[in-house]
Design a protein around this ligand. Structure first.
Ligand SMILES: [Zn+2]
Length: 484
């Protein structure tokens, strides 16, 4: 296994070049004839691990007949899939404050960029204090924010739209855009504050209800989410709302029959078939892991974390994952627990891995790159690089190591060997960073990523090392620690 992997890994430099290309996929064919389309699939021990848009899953190898490599599949969803996995476009609302906002937009955005001097001029005129001049300055920043949203730059969009609100605090289109950016950053509570303000001035605007539904869905308040989306549909037909409402109603129906447990940081639902003792045990385990991760990262997620324990039947129905799938985290931690009466070591490990993803997601507003997410989640659950150290060292020495910059985006289009290697390499780099100077460095790196800094720049600030330095130090660390 080791040598096969190493030989294949030599091809990796080539394989990785195609990562950003997108649409290749693997099909897992089960012995019962069922076909599962995965973004990549890889055999590991007695399991087949695979990636889907919902996260990493696994099934026992004994039920797999074979894997077909490299088919094409239409892929939905952005690499920055939000916690709720919803596909919702920015609000279409036009400003109602009067004046010629189209002309301002044309003057503020041209030649593929934002005309900052023009917007500064509008702000200068606003100081004179006329209502129209203030509205124009708001429109300049609003145009800039809309441009930034369309380019995925939520950090600057938020700053511009908030500045716009200073000049036109009651303008629903601006309030909704700020709310939208918060939603894209998984900041549901902040989003609701702006939506409430928008609702006071525009009570019947369908976009207010549409976005409020998204915020409630993200906050795990399905009842309110369904109410808002029904209201939005009554005001205006909308395919995005229809799809979101269907999803929320499916979740709600299933979960209504569930028994709810809450602890200080979790809302746990579990199916009637799961032993009540198990639910309590899971909450105890999660709270224990929460404390450990909280003090490790010096961070406490503000929103309650939703956890759903599934009998396998329900898990497959709701997540559309196969019956034998492992846990996943799509904003809520979803764990199949059939047959268990208490938390064993394996389940505890899975819970800690998935919980780490929730921490990183909230701490970085969803900006953490894949190698940091998966490296740190594996580290937190207790995995270390010993068994992979020799192979990783060899690959690096041969000049075939995957640059960390290439492991930032989605891993979904990777081939199986590349994905397996990526997990091991991500863990090794995180392990090196943590052992070199403690978890405090990791905390500072995540803070900077959360503030919108590029990951490599954050590493340079905190570790005084760029990606190449870190990879080299990681290899030296692996050699010294594990390779005889
Ligand atoms: Zn993971």
């Amino acid at each position: 296994m080791f040598s096969t992997w190493r030989i294949r890994a030599v091809m990796l430099g080539v394989a990785l070049l195609t990562i950003s290309g997108g649409a290749a996929a693997d099909t897992i064919v089960l012995k019962n004839g069922r076909r599962i389309i995965a973004l990549s699939a890889v055999e590991e021990g007695n399991k087949v691990k695979y990636l889907t848009s919902a996260g990493e899953l696994s099934l026992p190898k004994s039920i797999v007949d074979h894997i077909e490599k490299g088919g094409a599949v239409p892929m939905a969803g952005s690499p920055e899939a939000d916690a709720a996995n919803l596909n919702i476009a920015p609000p279409a609302a036009q400003p109602i404050g009067g004046g010629d906002s189209d002309a301002i937009e044309r003057a503020a955005i041209h030649d593929g960029g934002i005309d900052r001097p023009y917007i500064a001029k509008l702000e200068g005129e606003a100081r004179a204090g006329t209502k129209q001049a203030n509205f124009n300055a708001a429109m300049g920043h609003h145009a800039a924010a809309s441009f930034e949203i369309s380019h995925g730059d939520m950090e600057h969009a938020l700053a511009d739209e908030r500045t716009a609100l200073i000049y036109a605090p009651e303008e629903p289109a601006l309030l909704m855009n700020v709310a939208y950016v918060h939603l894209r950053r998984s900041e549901y509570k902040q989003s609701l504050d702006y939506l409430e303000r928008a609702r006071r001035v525009a009570p019947d605007n369908p976009d207010v209800a549409k976005l409020a539904g998204w915020a409630y869905y993200g906050l795990n308040k399905l009842e309110q989410a369904v109410g808002e989306w029904k209201k939005a549909l009554a005001l205006r037909p909308d395919a995005e709302v229809r799809a979101a409402l269907d999803k929320a109603q499916r979740d709600k129906k299933e979960e209504e029959s569930y028994k709810e447990n809450e602890s200080s940081h979790f809302t746990l639902r579990c199916s009637g078939a799961a032993a009540p003792a198990l639910a309590r045990d899971v909450l105890r385990t999660l709270e224990m892991h929460f404390s450990a991760i909280e003090s490790g990262l010096n961070y406490s997620p503000p929103d309650s974390i939703g956890v759903i324990l599934y009998t396998q039947e329900a898990f497959a129905d709701i997540t559309k994952a196969p019956r034998w799938a492992g846990a996943l985290n799509d904003g809520r931690i979803r764990v199949p627990v059939q047959g268990l009466s208490e938390v064993n070591q394996e389940l505890s490990r899975i819970l800690k891995h998935e919980l780490t993803h929730s921490f990183i997601q909230q701490k970085t507003h969803g900006h953490a790159p894949a190698w940091v997410q998966e490296g740190l989640a594996q580290w937190m659950e207790g995995q270390r690089s010993g068994e992979n150290a020799a192979a990783l060292t060899q690959i690096y020495t041969d000049g075939h190591a995957a640059p960390l910059g290439r492991l930032e985006g989605s891993w979904m289009a990777m081939g199986g060997d590349a994905a397996r290697y990526a997990y091991a390499w991500a863990l090794a780099n995180i392990e090196y960073i943590v052992q070199a100077d403690g978890m405090g460095d990791m905390e500072r790196i995540l803070d900077r990523i959360g503030a919108g800094m590029a990951t490599e720049v954050a590493l340079k600030e905190v570790l005084h090392s760029d990606y190449n330095d870190v990879m080299q130090s990681t290899t030296e660390y692996l050699r010294k620690t594990y390779v005889p």
